[in-house]
Design a protein around this ligand. Structure first.
Ligand code: HAM
Length: 423
């Protein structure tokens, strides 16, 4: 069939108008990772399917219905990564990164989930995540929460709130689970189909249901915080004390459970009202069992991931999206000799750290200046036969009212330095 092909639904092109903002946000995220002592890790976008099945959990929405899974031509079952934690753990165990040592990691890149696309929910989206591997105490939970808060502050994102909960220790969670099943089973008839199905396999997820009738039942369900054992309570209280001390606002939400099975103990989400149904900007928690489950030694771990599309949408709504830096110079040239000289001049100016768009393809001065204007450059430099003969260039200010100037070529770098300054 002929006709124009479109991108896959829920997978977005980022056009040049948008990539400047993305680059600025990515720079901030990298810098924040750096200032907390985290190191970047890059893992493949494709992994063996069983990694996600086993790590995220067979009964989760992601594994049940959202993974892009395919058999490659050798018959191996592969999946486009739906998240980054499982891959970090796989890579760390494979390369002995966590062997007798602690690691702070960050990553950034595309993730894939075949969800129903809507604003803020895409099939290819981007996460920035951190994973702190090897620390059992609440101090590292507090650290990853502070990283999130610093990201909102540095980007100027307003109105995100922290919700906090703990899933307790494996023992206290098992006791809670049993009590929750008892409570829900007694009200089985009133549950929606999905929750009914989850009753035995993943009852905690029912707490998260969006179905009104189920929510009403959940409202009266036992509270996980009443089941904590001493160790789990001490961890949670310790984290709360650290957050209080650091001045981080949060709300304890004992119904917060998260949609991935690997979590243990602390879980949290940063949410906003400004993104409609997709209000979770960032989410994470502890996953103390995952590394051992993946074949490593028992190793505690905590982390989070934030969705870049949602972050950037918030910034755009606030009119606070960082713009791309403008280009410095558009170099217009007229005549065969000037063409050669201008190409060399452009390289000299680039050596000095300036961005220079060279007018490829010639054309009338008027057209070249129109392109200069459209390019977003600050200045147009004009080099014609007359300028060549006089050893000068003409300079036109494209973004402000200021008379054109003539500057000697041998003084050009200094002159530009004072006009454009450091960027
Ligand atoms: P998650 O809650 O599945 O957690 O995703 C984290 C964040 O990614 C969400 O809060 C949201 O901002 C963004 N996100 C998720 N799905 C989509 C989508 N379809 N479209 C746009 N944005 C989306 C995890 O992925 C865990 N690995 C987080 C973690 C790291 N926990 C510990 N370490």
């Amino acid at each position: 069939m002929s006709g124009k092909l479109q991108a896959v639904r829920g997978m977005n092109d980022l056009l040049p108008e948008a990539t400047g903002t993305w680059q600025r946000v990515e720079e901030t995220l990298r810098r924040v990772g750096q200032v907390y002592g985290y190191r970047e890790i890059r893992t493949p976008v494709v992994e063996k399917t069983e990694l996600f099945r086993q790590s995220i959990g067979e009964q989760t929405d992601i594994v049940e219905k959202e993974m892009y899974t395919f058999a490659d031509s050798g018959g191996e079952l592969l999946t486009l990564r739906p998240e980054g934690t499982a891959s970090c753990v796989r890579a760390g165990v494979q390369h002995g990164l966590f062997h007798n040592r602690q690691e702070r990691l960050w990553y950034m890149g595309p993730m894939f989930r075949r969800e129903r696309p809507q604003k803020g929910r895409y099939r290819q989206f981007h996460q920035f995540g951190v994973e702190a591997i090897g620390w059992p105490g609440p101090d590292v939970d507090a650290e990853v929460i502070l990283i999130g808060e610093r990201i909102w502050r540095e980007l100027g994102v307003e109105g995100v709130r922290l919700e906090l909960n703990t899933l307790g220790s494996p023992v206290s969670r098992a006791r809670y689970r049993a009590s929750l099943i008892d409570y829900l089973a007694a009200r089985r008839e009133a549950l929606d189909g999905d929750s009914w199905r989850r009753l035995e396999s993943n009852p905690l997820r029912i707490l998260d249901s969006k179905v009104e009738a189920t929510r009403e039942i959940v409202a009266g369900a036992p509270d996980i915080l009443d089941f904590l054992d001493d160790e789990a309570r001490a961890h949670f209280d310790g984290l709360r004390a650290l957050l209080d001390k650091a001045g981080v606002d949060y709300r304890v939400n004992s119904r917060l459970v998260r949609g991935l099975d690997y979590y243990t103990s602390t879980v949290f989400e940063w949410t906003t009202d400004r993104l409609g149904a997709q209000g979770t900007v960032c989410a994470g928690g502890r996953y103390d069992g995952l590394i051992e489950q993946r074949g490593g030694r028992p190793t505690p771990a905590a982390g989070f991931a934030t969705g870049l599309e949602r972050l950037i949408e918030l910034l755009v709504q606030q009119d606070a999206a960082p713009a791309r830096p403008p280009f410095d110079i558009y170099l217009a040239r007229l005549g065969a000799e000037a063409e050669k000289r201008a190409l060399v001049l452009a390289e000299t100016l680039r050596n000095a750290g300036l961005s220079v768009i060279y007018n490829c393809g010639g054309g009338k001065l008027k057209n070249q200046l129109r392109r200069a204007d459209a390019s977003g450059a600050e200045l147009a430099l004009i080099l014609g036969e007359e300028e060549l003969a006089g050893g000068v260039v003409q300079i036109k200010f494209l973004r402000r009212e200021q008379p054109q100037e003539t500057v000697a070529v041998d003084q050009l770098e200094g002159w530009l330095g004072s006009v454009i300054g450091d960027r």
